[in-house]
Design a protein around this ligand. Structure first.
Ligand code: GLP
Length: 243
C-alpha cells in the first residue's frame, strides 16, 4: 500500500485531487468510483478548480457512486445524489447520464442494488475508486460484520453511523436507517483504490484498518489485500501509524 502523508486537510485535498486528475488525464474515458461524506469535499473543489482552469476534461468520464440512503428523494439535500451534484457534477462537464448514484428512490432494494451492480459491470468495472473511512472502519456503508463477499446490497445502518451522520441532519430521527451500498467485493474489484482520511478522530481506526488484522469487524482492513491502494491522510489521521 502506498501511504501519502499530507500536512493538513488542504494539502490532503490537493494530493488526492492530483491522483484523480492523473487518472482522468491518462484515461479520459475512465470510470471513477466516487464517495460522499466530509472527507472528499476539499478534493472535489480542487477538481472543479482544475476543470475551470482548463486542465481537466470530464466529457468522456463515467462515474458510479459508492452508496446512497434508502428512501431519500433526489431533491433532499442530504441525499448523496444531491451531494454529488452540489459538490462536483454541476460544476464540471461530466454528462449527467454518465453519472450513476445508487437509486435511493427505488423501494425495491434488490432491484436497486442489482441495477447498480449491472451498471458497474456494463461500464467495464471501476478504474479508480475513491473512499472515505467511517469511524467504525466502514467503507461505503459496509458496517462491521459485513461479509467480504457482498456485492451491492441494502444495509441497516448501525447506531454509531446514524449518530455520526446525524451532524448533517436537523435531528437524529431524520437520519435514514437503511442504505444501498457497493459491497466489499464490488469495492475490491476496482482496479485502483484511493482512500482519504483526515483528523485526530480517525487516527485509531486508520491504525486498526491498515496495520491491524484483516477482519470483517474492521471492514476497511480488507484493503490491505488489494494490489493498488493509496491512502492519503493528514498528519493527525496518520499519527498512530508506524511510518
Ligand atoms: C458515511 C459514508 C461513507 C463515508 C463515511 C465517512 O457513512 N457512507 O462513504 O466514507 O461516512 O464520512 P466522513 O468523510 O464525513 O468522515
Amino acid at each position: 500500500m502506498n501511504i501519502i502523508k499530507a500536512t493538513d486537510y488542504n494539502d490532503l485535498s490537493r494530493k488526492a485531487a492530483n491522483i484523480i486528475s492523473a487518472q482522468v488525464i491518462m484515461k479520459p474515458d475512465c470510470v471513477l468510483g466516487l464517495a460522499t461524506g466530509s472527507s472528499p469535499v476539499g478534493l472535489y473543489s480542487c477538481l472543479v478548480e482544475r476543470y475551470k482552469q482548463g486542465d481537466l476534461d470530464f466529457s468522456r468520464v463515467k462515474s458510479v457512486n459508492l452508496d446512497e440512503y434508502r428512501g431519500l428523494t433526489h431533491d433532499n439535500s442530504q441525499s448523496y445524489y444531491y451531494f454529488m451534484n452540489e459538490n462536483l457534477f454541476k460544476h464540471i462537464n461530466i454528462i449527467p447520464e454518465n453519472t450513476h448514484v445508487p437509486d435511493g428512490t427505488e423501494p425495491d432494494a434488490r432491484k436497486a442494488c442489482e441495477q447498480h451492480e449491472q451498471i458497474i459491470q456494463s461500464l467495464g468495472g471501476i478504474d479508480l475508486q475513491l473512499l472515505g473511512l467511517g469511524n467504525n472502519g466502514h467503507i461505503g456503508f459496509n458496517e462491521p460484520g459485513t461479509g467480504f463477499e457482498e456485492l451491492t446490497h441494502c444495509v441497516a445502518l448501525t447506531k454509531s453511523t446514524i449518530q455520526a451522520n446525524s451532524r448533517f441532519f436537523d435531528k437524529l430521527e431524520d437520519v435514514p436507517t437503511e442504505a444501498y451500498t457497493m459491497g466489499i467485493k464490488t469495492i475490491m474489484r476496482a482496479r485502483k483504490i484511493l482512500i482519504v482520511v483526515n483528523g485526530k478522530g480517525k487516527a485509531d481506526i486508520v491504525h486498526k484498518s491498515f496495520f491491524g488484522p484483516v477482519t470483517t469487524e474492521v471492514p476497511a482492513s480488507i484493503l490491505q489485500l488489494h494490489p493498488d491502494v493509496t491512502l492519503v491522510g493528514d498528519e493527525e489521521a496518520l499519527s498512530l501509524c508506524p511510518l
